[in-house]
Design a binder for this molecule. Structure first.
Ligand SMILES: NC(=O)c1ccc[n+]([C@@H]2O[C@H](COP(=O)([O-])OP(=O)(O)OC[C@H]3O[C@@H](n4cnc5c(N)ncnc54)[C@H](OP(=O)(O)O)[C@@H]3O)[C@@H](O)[C@H]2O)c1
Length: 336
């Protein structure tokens, strides 16, 4: 198969390229060349999609399949305008941030309500427009469905993507934290839901979709699991089974400026309830029936730890620092 990846030089796109090469496909990665390197064996074509005719370096070429990861509606529109006639299958990597309701667990991709598309003046969900990430991805989805047609378009709404080369501080925090051992601050309650997807599992599903002509709109993530099982699996994967977890109530954490999800002073992957009770608890029965295969989290944790140890400079810092965690644990113990 001749596969074109619009992107393909970082994290998910690179994983798609690597796995496609390993399966013997001919892979072209089209990007500016500023964010990362293509994998060995992939052809690189320099393009700048910020310009309407930015894909002209691909003029005249035909591809069996495209994978696009863009967050910018204009990129998605220009790509389908330039390429849809010369391409077979089209995968667009979207996000579960397209959904309007983050609170209700058990929602499904085919029936869940979406947030509104981005207003025309918003085309790049960064800086002052960072809150428009979901709406921009809705607009990108619409551009792909309209431009490619429903029978050839695979819209894959990824959940939290984790594994080696993760550019975020979220999963790597827990891998490094559990590998360090000792008393671990666990946020919320053991039964809170967690949902994610290994980068290679998602990449493999994108390839499967291209190879098999899978069309439609699906969520790309594992079934939800409890936070206690998530932490136990990560701990097992990093060689520290039976971690010493201290569960600390959400309100106690928020009162001490421990922040949710990502960034400084955060406990990554933790989201306030009930507002986000549905964000990591989607029903993915259809995706699993449509070929998505999910490996044990312990394997993902082991691979991620290997990467953290091999490339510490590439790992984004974030999460509670050890002294901050110890202080919260002391205060929690004193309160008990
Ligand atoms: N990480 C998560 O947990 C998560 C969760 C849900 C959904 N997602 C979605 O999953 C996908 C992740 O994709 P990814 O890991 O491959 O990372 P990415 O950051 O989306 O990669 C962007 C790619 O596009 C290229 N690019 C950016 N601007 C460009 C331009 N103006 N012209 C041409 N190429 C350009 C980049 O290379 P250059 O900069 O060199 O051009 C890079 O290869 C995204 O669609 C994201 O929205 C992520």
């Amino acid at each position: 198969m001749r596969l074109l990846i619009l992107g393909g030089t970082v994290f998910l796109g690179r994983a798609v390229a690597r796995l496609a090469r390993a399966s013997g496909h001919h892979v072209t990665c089209a990007a500016r060349g500023v964010s990362g390197e293509p994998v060995a064996g992939a052809r690189f074509v320099q393009v700048d999609r910020d310009h309407p005719a930015g894909l002209s370096a691909l003029d005249g070429e035909r591809f069996d399949a495209v994978v696009d990861v863009t967050r910018r509606p204009s990129h998605a529109r220009h790509a389908v305008a330039a390429l849809a006639d010369r391409v077979g299958h089209w995968s667009y990597v979207s996000t579960c941030s397209v959904y309007a309701d983050n609170a209700t667990p058990g929602q499904r991709a085919d029936t869940a309500k979406l947030t509104v598309p981005a207003p025309v003046e918003v085309d790049n969900p960064v800086g002052e427009h960072a809150d428009f990430y979901g709406p921009c991805k809705v607009s990108c989805e619409d551009a792909v469905r309209d431009g490619v047609g429903p029978e050839r378009a695979f819209i894959c709404r990824a959940g939290l993507i984790v594994g080696p080369e993760d550019p975020s501080d979220r999963f790597p925090y827990w891998v490094a934290r559990l590998a360090r051992g000792g008393e671990v601050l666990a946020p919320g309650t053991p039964d809170d839901r967690v949902q994610l997807v290994d980068v290679d599992d998602l990449a493999q599903w994108l390839l499967y979709a291209a190879e098999n002509g899978l069309a439609g709109t699906f969520d790309g993530m594992s079934a939800a699991l409890s936070r206690s099982r998530f932490l136990a699996e990560v701990a097992a994967g990093v060689g520290r089974p039976d971690p010493e977890l201290t569960w600390v109530e959400q309100d106690f954490l928020l009162a001490r400026d421990v922040r949710p999800w990502t960034g400084e002073r955060s406990l990554p992957l933790w989201l306030p309830l009930p507002e986000y009770g549905g964000f990591l608890a989607r029903d993915v029965t259809d995706s699993l029936a449509a070929g998505l295969r999910i490996r044990p989290i312990a394997q993902t944790a082991a691979r991620t730890l290997e990467w953290i140890r091999a490339s510490p400079g590439d790992v984004k810092a974030g999460g509670l620092e050890p002294a901050q965690e110890a202080e919260v644990l002391r205060e929690w113990a004193a309160r008990q």
